[in-house]
Design a protein around this ligand. Structure first.
Ligand code: FES
Ligand code: FE2
Length: 444
């Protein structure tokens, strides 16, 4: 699909035809992974409706601290303007004088000052500078342009379109307590790494949402994680053994709300979120090379229970939480062919200053380096004239789900017609006996 040369517009009818030609539970046609015109449409219609994690609250520890971050293809300034948990605002990094970038790096100050002509803005966004304005210009109209922002449970989330974003309050009330119990609000960052991946963002997510590839692609992950017995292979004996291990684990840890998790599939107008707990397995305390502890227990725990909690927050942000550290995942689409994957590792804020960062980051670093390679190889193959969509297997149910959800949402956004037949998550609920088990995120 091409943008028509005369108007630079996108042929939306052709896009809808592509959607309607899609074979359910098969991978997408080539254009969806390659075409800049489709990416432009996603940027216009789909990305602005997604709340994403932009920071951990510890990056804004006191009033006056600000950070410069990417929100999709926009640059934003995220600022702490007060002492309350949610006293965090975000603005486009665009001066209301003549449009300069205001901040180029993270910092701290009483005001945000544009380097070009030194206009200054309060932490709450209003223009502070008044003296040089023409008399007929109302300074109240020249405040910074706000970006919807919500901070809860130690996370800071932003989204682009105030009118199109789903209500985030159900997510805040559904997850804040669980995030606190995992110590997310009481954590500090020990490492952050970016894995720029030369592949369409949907390929990055498709890969992230399945573990079918874990056996051939992730020897370390496969060795450490018991759930691969059911997520990376179909083997009844192995599945029964894993089920037994999970049940034994639950009988020990109990069925407190915390251990049961939550599951909200979301839709076009509601934000999905989930938390799911499972044992790492084989008596391992945490997600580490030898299964031994790597840092101080989090969330006020007094002992290891050997579980890992997977949080899914919206559609592009995830959190993995074994007992003694956290890994935060941000998937940031950059262009039709490039996606940034940013991983941040956190430990309890009172953990030893000499915490061994390499041990904390080992599991997800080694795994994400491998994921970057396999996803880029996937993208290279898809660019060939020989590429044709292929079938997802039952071990890729979440991936198939995501694709069907994406297509039905894009169709609705382009045509304005609600699609009853393919409501979110409908197919997998029918396909799989245990949707809860299938909802955990991260998946591999
Ligand atoms: S562009 Fe910012 S002060 Fe002029
Ligand atoms: Fe992977």
């Amino acid at each position: 699909m091409q943008a028509s040369a005369d108007r630079g517009a996108i042929d939306r009818n052709a896009f809808v035809r592509l959607i309607d030609d899609h074979r359910p539970n098969w991978s997408l046609q080539q254009e969806f992974y390659l075409d800049p015109a489709i990416f432009a449409l996603e940027r216009e219609l789909w990305f602005p409706r997604q709340w994403v994690i932009v920071a951990h609250a510890s990056e804004l520890p006191e009033k006056g601290r600000y950070i410069v971050r990417k929100l999709f293809d926009e640059e934003i300034i995220v600022v702490r303007f007060g002492d309350g948990e949610d006293d965090i605002a975000a603005y486009y990094n665009v001066c209301t004088h003549r449009g300069s970038r205001i901040c180029t790096k993270d910092g701290r100050g009483r005001l945000l000052v544009c380097p070009y002509h030194a206009w200054s803005f309060r932490l709450t966004g209003e223009l502070q500078t008044r003296q040089d304005l023409p008399e007929d210009v109302d300074p109240e109209t020249l405040g910074l342009q706000k970006v919807p922002t919500r901070a809860f449970g130690g996370l800071v989330l932003c989204g682009l379109d105030p009118a199109g974003l789903p209500d985030i309050e159900p997510v805040a009330s559904g997850l804040t307590g669980l995030l606190r119990e995992h110590g997310v609000d009481n954590a500090r960052i020990v490492a952050r790494k970016s894995y720029p991946t030369m592949a369409n963002w949907k390929l990055v997510l498709e890969n992230f949402l399945e573990c079918y590839h874990c056996r051939p692609a992730h020897p370390e992950y496969f060795r450490v994680n018991g759930h691969v017995k059911v997520t990376a292979m179909r083997d009844e004996g192995q599945a029964a053994a894993w089920q037994e291990e999970v049940e034994a684990w639950h009988s020990v840890i109990g069925d407190a709300e915390f251990n049961k998790g939550v599951w909200e599939p979301g839709g076009l107008d509601t934000m999905p979120f989930a938390m799911h707990r499972k044992p790492i397995g084989s008596g391992r305390s945490t997600l580490s090379d030898d299964g031994g502890p790597v840092s101080r227990l989090m969330g006020g725990r007094t002992g290891y229970d050997g579980g890992e909690s997977g949080f899914r927050i919206g559609r592009l942000s995830f959190l993995s939480a074994p007992n003694d550290y956290l890994t935060m995942f941000q998937m940031i689409p950059r262009s039709a062919g490039e996606t940034d994957v940013i991983l941040t590792w956190l430990v309890d804020k009172d953990a030893d200053a000499n915490v061994e960062t390499d041990k904390v980051s080992w599991m997800w670093d080694v795994t994400t380096v491998q994921d970057k390679i396999i996803t880029e190889d996937n993208a290279t193959g898809i660019a060939s004239r020989a590429y044709r969509p292929g079938p997802y297997t039952p071990l890729e149910s979440q991936t198939a789900f995501f694709i069907e959800t994406y297509l039905s949402q894009m169709r609705t956004l382009v045509t304005g017609e609600r699609s009853e037949a393919k409501s979110d998550w409908e197919a997998p609920l029918q396909l799989f006996a245990s949707p809860k088990a299938a909802c955990a995120a991260p998946r591999h």
